[in-house]
Design a protein around this ligand. Sequence first.
Ligand SMILES: Cc1cc2nc3c(=O)[nH]c(=O)nc-3n(C[C@H](O)[C@H](O)[C@H](O)COP(=O)(O)OP(=O)(O)OC[C@H]3O[C@@H](n4cnc5c(N)ncnc54)[C@H](O)[C@@H]3O)c2cc1C
Length: 356
Amino acid sequence: MTAAIALAGCGHTVDVVERNRDWSVTGWGLSLTGPSLRALQRLGLADACIDGGFGLTQISNCDSAGRTRNVIDLPLLLGPDMPALAGLSRGVLHEVLRDAALARGAVLHTGMSVAALEQAADGVTARLTDGSARHVDLVVGADGIRSTVRDMLGMPAEPAYTGQMVWRAIVPRPGWATTLHTFAGPVHNAGLIPISQDQAYAFVTENHADSGVLPQEELAERMRDLLNVFSGRVAEVAATIKDPELVVRRPVHAGVVDGPWHRGRTVLIGDAAHAPSPQMVSGAALAIEDSLVLAEELGLHDDVETALEAFGRRRLERCRLVVETSVKVGELEREGRHAEAHKLQDRCHQVMAQPI
Ligand SMILES: Cc1cc2nc3c(=O)[nH]c(=O)nc-3n(C[C@H](O)[C@H](O)[C@H](O)COP(=O)(O)OP(=O)(O)OC[C@H]3O[C@@H](n4cnc5c(N)ncnc54)[C@H](O)[C@@H]3O)c2cc1C
């Protein structure tokens, strides 16, 4: 959707093809780091995301009893009076982006997908699953980690399972939760991120986990069990995880497609091209940045192919660094080497703070 907003804002005619018929969004939360907010600010949407969520400026890294071990001041990329990071519900982000895409004239088609792509010298014909076809200048494959467009282009890289499952639960926000908290446990790591005045999301990263699907009705109890080894603030939060419908458990996959990310008049962006694990909290940032850079390069070059090459040159190394760092941090977490993991994360966040 950010690609639709950026491209429509540059005067392009944009159709969005979305497989999900009712475009439902699960209730878990998301963190938008400084680079995400900076990119959203360029689309005029940072304020709406911060207002609809909870702004933060610090990360508090704590032990399993909830005692603070160190506090990281996050770079204030939007300026001294603005938060460095925002926690918000995925539903709020979805609404902000959908409304902006519609307001800029993008046409949304839900409940369908791309059935085939036929490249031509002057564009590409996209055959859609409703039987219609469109001849367009460019197809942007922003269809996520299991990208169909990527498969159609014959690009390998099914992102690999990292051996971790991430659990998330929406909980009431405790009064002390005004920063992003992480809690280093003896086996698993947990955390808490406020997403509004009233709500926060708790997470726990389960190491060496079986990626099989568990019954939804057991999720709250099982998440509480995983948090059993923590005490203090985590125990306080764990006691509030009651409704299994507010808990999600997802496998962590990560991977990056070797460039170039385009073939003819079709280009991959976002998770379709590069999916970091949640440890770097940067998947959304990379996807939104891609959208801005793509729109910018298309405006700078008359020739689409040249613009797509320039896009790839500007994005590949930055995205690869984030994906590879996220995987390394996950490995260190699994070995309980938290101080090293924090250092790596910090270094990568410094690079991410550089302008795109
Ligand atoms: C557990 C977990 C926690 C995370 N937490 C964070 C976080 O806190 N902060 C952060 O920045 N990132 C986080 N991420 C990563 C972030 O969610 C992704 O990087 C981001 O959503 C990528 O955006 P995208 O638009 O590329 O893909 P997606 O958000 O996956 O969107 C792809 C869209 O394409 C649609 N689609 C898929 N296939 C087709 C098809 N064939 N035809 C038509 N439509 C299709 C899908 O329905 C979807 O709407 C997390 C990821 C996970 C798994």
